[in-house]
Design a protein around this ligand. Structure first.
Ligand code: UDP
Length: 398
C-alpha cells in the first residue's frame, strides 16, 4: 500500500471529470444522468479507498518498543553499500563533504571549524553522551540541509552522515540536530527549533485541549515557500478558504511578495496551535521538513505530500495506517476530494490520526533518538577497516 494507490484513486477522479464532459458533449446525457454517473464513480472511488485502507491495516505489523528496533532496518539499509568495509580512502572522500568527528578513548573530538555551530551543538549533545561507551571511531557529519553523495550523478561512494536524503544518495541518515537544537529559527522559536523532548510534552498537552470533536474541520499549513510543491495547497486555500487554511510565512530568504506567492506573509503559528485543525499537511522543504514528527503529536490527521525525502524514522510510519500519502502531482481538485472523503468518513480519519500519534509517541522518544545514534555508530565501527588514529588538530568537545 503506497502512494501508487493514491495516484490510482486520483486518476479515477480525473476520469470521472473527463467522462462527465464527454457525456455532456457527445452523449447528450441529461443533467441528472451526468450527476448520477459522477456520484456512482466517486462512490466507487471512495469504496476502493476504504478497501485499501483496510488492506494496509491487515498487512501492518506494529513495531516492538524495545531498543529502537522500529528503525533498525534503516541502519542496515544505509550501511549496506559499505558492507565490504570502510577504508581510509572512503573516509577521506567523506570528510571533504562534512565535519570530522572522532571518538578516542571515550572522548569526543571535532575539527576546529563547524559550518553551523548550533547544528554541531545539536549533534554533539548526543555524541558526547555516547562517547564513553563507544569504540574508537571517526565519522564525517554533513550539517547542511541537503545530502552529499548522489549515486545518479556519479559521485564516488563515501560514508557521509546526513540528516535527510532520497534513495538516490549514499548518505547515511542520522537523527537531525534539531532533535536537540539548531533547527530553523523563526520568530516563534528565535534560537531555532529544538528540544523534541519538550515539544512532545507541550504539543500533546495541546492535543488534549483540542480533542478530535473540538478541532476545526479544515486542512492547515503554515510555513515558508522552501519548495514550490506547497503552492497547490496554498492556492486551494485561497479558492476554498472554508476547506483549507494554508498560507506562506516569511523566512530569512524572503525578498518580496513573490516569495509568498504574491500575498502578504502570514503570521507564524506555533506547533501547539496546529492542534486546532483536523487535517495537517506536511511538505518537503529543501530536504525533509522538520515539521513532520511534530504534526502527529496533535492527534490530527497528517497528510504527507511526496514520498521521496526521508529522515531515519519516516519508513517506520506506514501510509494509510499512520498518515495519508499524497502524490506531489496531486492537483487542487485531488486534494479537495481527499479532504471531502475524510470529512465524510470522520471516524476513519480520527482512527488514523490516533494511530499516527501513538506511533510517534511510542517510537520517537528522546531515548529512541539516542538509541538510534548508538546502534548506528556501533554498526558503522564494525565496518571500519583501518586503525583510527587520533588527529591532533581536533578539539575536545566537553
Ligand atoms: N513553522 C511553524 N509555524 C509557522 C511556520 C513554520 O511552526 O508558522 C515551523 C515549521 O513547522 C518547520 C519550521 O518552522 O518546522 C520551518 O518551516 P518552513 O516552512 O520555513 O521551512 P521547512 O523547514 O519546512 O522547509
Amino acid at each position: 500500500m503506497n502512494s501508487h494507490l493514491l495516484l490510482f484513486c486520483l486518476s479515477i477522479i480525473s476520469r470521472v471529470s473527463s467522462n462527465t464532459e464527454t457525456c455532456n458533449k457527445f452523449e447528450t446525457c441529461t443533467e441528472n444522468e451526468t450527476k448520477n454517473k459522477y456520484d456512482r464513480e466517486v462512490n466507487e472511488w471512495a469504496q476502493k479507498l476504504k478497501q485499501n485502507i483496510n488492506s494496509a491495516l491487515e498487512q501492518y505489523v506494529p513495531c516492538k518498543t524495545a531498543n529502537c528496533s522500529c528503525h533498525k532496518s534503516i541502519i542496515d539499509l544505509d550501511l549496506l553499500p559499505f558492507q565490504d568495509g570502510i577504508t581510509k580512502e572512503l573516509f577521506d572522500t567523506a570528510v571533504s563533504k562534512g565535519t570530522k568527528y572522532q571518538i578516542i578513548n571515550g572522548k569526543l573530538y571535532r575539527e576546529i571549524d563547524c559550518h553551523f555551530p548550533a547544528r554541531c551543538a545539536g549533534v554533539e549533545h548526543y555524541l558526547t553522551a555516547l562517547a564513553p561507551k563507544m569504540p574508537n571511531l571517526e565519522i564525517a557529519i554533513n550539517t547542511r540541509d541537503w545530502p552529499q553523495v548522489n549515486k545518479l550523478w556519479g559521485h564516488p561512494k563515501a560514508p557521509v552522515f546526513s540528516f535527510s536524503k532520497t534513495k538516490d544518495y549514499y548518505d547515511i541518515m542520522y537523527p537531525a540536530w534539531s532533535f536537540w537544537e539548531g533547527g530553523p529559527a523563526i520568530s516563534l522559536y528565535p534560537t531555532g527549533i529544538g528540544r523534541w523532548d519538550k515539544h512532545r510534552i507541550s504539543i500533546s498537552i495541546a492535543a488534549e485541549k483540542w480533542p478530535w470533536e473540538a478541532k476545526q474541520d479544515k486542512g492547515f499549513f503554515r510555513g515558508s515557500r522552501t519548495s514550490e510543491e506547497r503552492d497547490t495547497l496554498v492556492l486551494l486555500s485561497r479558492s476554498e478558504p472554508h476547506l483549507v487554511d494554508a498560507q506562506y510565512t516569511k523566512n530569512q530568504a524572503w525578498k518580496s511578495d513573490m516569495d509568498t506567492l504574491y500575498a502578504e506573509p502570514a503570521p507564524e503559528v506555533p506547533f501547539e496551535e496546529h492542534c486546532k485543525f483536523k487535517y495537517l499537511f506536511d511538505y518537503r522543504g529543501v530536504a525533509a521538513s522538520f515539521r513532520f514528527k511534530h504534526l502527529f503529536l496533535c492527534k490530527s490527521l497528517v497528510f504527507h505530500v511526496g514520498d521521496q525525502w526521508l529522515e531515519f524514522f519516516y519508513p517506520s510510519l506506514k501510509p494509510w495506517v499512520h498518515y495519508i500519502p499524497i502524490s506531489v502531482k496531486a492537483t487542487e481538485d485531488d486534494i479537495k476530494q481527499l479532504l471531502i472523503f475524510f470529512k465524510e468518513n470522520d471516524q476513519l480519519a480520527s482512527e488514523i490520526a490516533n494511530r499516527g500519534f501513538q506511533h510517534i509517541w511510542d517510537h520517537l522518544t528522546d531515548k529512541d533518538v539516542k538509541c538510534y545514534w548508538r546502534r548506528l555508530l556501533k554498526k558503522y565501527s564494525t565496518l571500519v577497516k583501518y586503525d583510527v588514529v587520533k588527529d591532533h588538530k581536533m578539539k575536545l568537545i566537553s
